[in-house]
Design a protein. Structure first.
Length: 173
């Protein structure tokens, strides 16, 4: 019984904070009456999402994750394109980051193998070609995944522009 009481207060506090944060986000996105194009229109400066003439930073990408647009958009069309952007950008990031990691792992294995290689008269290594095949497979697979991310990145850029345009269209007179 004492354990339940000790957990109830922190749980209630967390629920209250999450509820307040959600309400604040909704108010900021839907406050058309106080927002003008000059003060609330969104745009990208490099990879950062900024608001208004002052350029207040709203969002920026993480170390390996893209900018999420959906929490910062208002209006049906803007939310539709923002959700599609978030999916395409996440897919592109996974392919690009995973491909780069696999490519680097393959190259690292190849370099380590070549340093430990005791060449035979035929020119191959004494320890067999299992590591060579692994390194080549990782490098090739990583390259393919990285190149496969390009169409998703281009799609995400187009969807990003549409989401921002539809979001800013609500400020037109």
């Amino acid at each position: 019984m004492q354990l339940l009481r000790s957990l109830a207060v922190p749980a209630a506090a967390v629920v209250a904070l999450l509820t307040c944060a959600e309400a604040a986000r909704g108010q900021a996105a839907g406050a058309d009456s106080v927002c003008t194009y000059r003060s609330c229109a969104l745009r990208f400066e490099g990879s950062r999402l900024v608001r208004g003439v002052a350029g207040e930073m709203v969002a920026r990408p993480g170390f390996i994750s893209p900018v999420r647009l959906e929490p910062h958009m208002a209006g049906d069309s803007a939310l539709f394109y923002a959700a599609k952007h978030d999916r395409a950008a996440t897919r592109a990031a996974w392919l690009s980051n995973g491909g780069t990691l696999a490519l680097l792992a393959g190259l690292t294995i190849a370099v380590i193998r070549d340093r430990r290689c005791e060449a035979l008269a035929s020119g191959s290594c004494q320890d067999g070609d299992a590591l060579h095949v692994t390194a080549a497979g990782l490098a090739l697979g990583g390259s393919v995944a990285t190149f496969a991310s390009i169409p998703f990145t281009r799609q995400a850029r187009r969807l990003q522009a549409r989401a921002v345009w539809w979001n800013n269209a609500r400020f037109a007179p």
